[in-house]
Design a protein around this ligand. Structure first.
Ligand code: KIV
Ligand code: ZN
Length: 391
């Protein structure tokens, strides 16, 4: 199994989301949660962007010792200096510098030439190496860049001392097979590619961030940049829990991570609470409905054997368990199951009567709660036979 390095950018790309800003104390709390989760690299902020962000990176560097602490900079001297200084106390610090490499960025953002971009990138890496031994270079908008030029930049920055090269699909434009092919092209056309780790950093504008990241990993990348709950600019970044659980579920990929996946749900909750950003109920892995079954056919299948309808054991991601939600689409098996959890054991005839009453209530309410079942039992004068248990 090949290790995939998890580069968490919840506190940088994730924190850029309007309304998600954190103060330093909150960032330190989340950084410690992410350390417990086992992230390999923690991007703590963008020190030049504000004194508070500088302070956050500096204080996280002191407080969080396990992961590599990373600071973002543009390919500009004053940014790189600020990043280097903010990382001074890190056990292991990394400067993440880079520049736009697509024709869009070169022409419309920088209004410069390809050669000047290349020179600026090389200069940035060399300067960053005067502060730290570990320098990651991001080729912004690599997803839309001219491939031979991208390869030329990657080769030059590795030669200048970059230890990691990041190939972001900044605008979330790529299709999985095209993004995978770009990574493959770099492995086949950059002579010194094996001297650096190739990193994938995908955005979710078309809902393809996880698929694109996996395509990159299947073509040789060994670092994935992601956030908890997939938060990030616009439609978000690659969601850490999705990539990690796909790798864990599909052993045939031959990949592994060091993430303690059983901490996913509590970490997701902490990020959501602290950043004031609710998790959509149908979010893969950590959504409230990720292990909830509501249609009669599925409920019957899960009650008979969990794996009929679940590919992940809820315990593996720290979820409270599979739930059989009672709605008007539920069947008798689900009703019997939920009544048994409350301590009622019904004969076939009693169940039929209870089911008719249940459907009556369920047709008017969206979701049936235990107290509604208690009411039905009381109206049918059915006694509890044992104490209520949580199955
Ligand atoms: O999406 C992007 O290109 C970025 C870079 C700054 C790495 O976030
Ligand atoms: Zn990004």
């Amino acid at each position: 199994m090949d290790k995939v390095y998890i580069f968490d950018t919840t506190l940088r790309d994730g924190e850029q989301v309007p309304g998600c800003q954190l103060n330093t104390e909150e960032k330190i709390i989340l950084a410690k949660e992410l350390e417990k989760l086992g992230v390999d690299i923690l991007e703590a902020g963008f020190p030049i962007s504000s004194p508070a962000d500088f302070d956050s990176v500096q204080r996280i560097s002191k407080a969080v010792r396990e992961p590599v602490i990373c600071a973002l900079s543009r390919s500009v001297e004053k940014d790189i200096k600020a990043a280097g200084e903010a990382l001074a106390y890190a056990q292991r610090g990394r400067i993440h510098t880079g520049i736009g490499v697509s024709d869009f960025h070169i022409q419309y953002k920088f209004q410069t030439t390809h050669d000047k971009i290349l020179e600026q990138g090389i200069r940035a890496v060399k300067y960053a190496r005067t502060f730290v031994d570990d320098v990651e270079f991001f080729c912004e908008d690599a997803g839309r860049a001219n491939l031979p030029f991208l390869a030329k930049v990657v080769e030059a920055v590795i030669k200048a001392g970059a230890t990691v090269v990041n190939i972001p699909d900044t605008t979330g434009y790529c299709l999985p097979q095209d993004y995978g092919a770009k990574i493959k092209f770099l492995f086949e056309n950059v002579s010194n590619i094996h001297k650096a780790t190739v990193s994938v950093h995908c955005h979710n504008d078309l809902g393809l961030a996880t698929a694109n990241s996996l395509a990159g990993l299947q073509n040789g990348a060994r670092q994935v940049e992601c956030t908890m709950n997939g938060i990030g600019e616009r439609a978000g970044n690659t969601s850490m829990e999705e990539v990690v659980m796909t790798i864990k579920t599909h052993k045939e990929l031959g990949l592994k991570t060091d993430i303690r996946s059983e901490l996913f749900c509590p970490t997701s909750q902490a990020v959501s609470d602290m950043m004031n950003m609710p998790v959509q109920p149908n979010k893969a892995i950590v959504g409230a409905n990720a292990f909830a079954h509501s249609s009669g056919i599925h409920q019957d299948g899960v009650i008979k054997h969990r794996e009929n309808y679940e590919i992940i054991d809820p315990k593996d991601v720290g979820a409270s368990g599979s739930s059989i939600v009672l709605t008007a689409r539920s069947g008798r098996a689900a009703l019997r199951y939920n009544l048994a959890k409350l301590g009622y054991r019904l004969s076939g005839e009693e169940l039929e009567t209870a089911y008719v009453q249940f459907l009556d209530v369920a047709d008017t309410l969206k979701k049936i709660q235990p107290e509604h079942l208690e009411d039905i039992m009381a109206s049918l004068k059915i006694e509890r036979v044992f104490e209520s248990v949580e199955a």
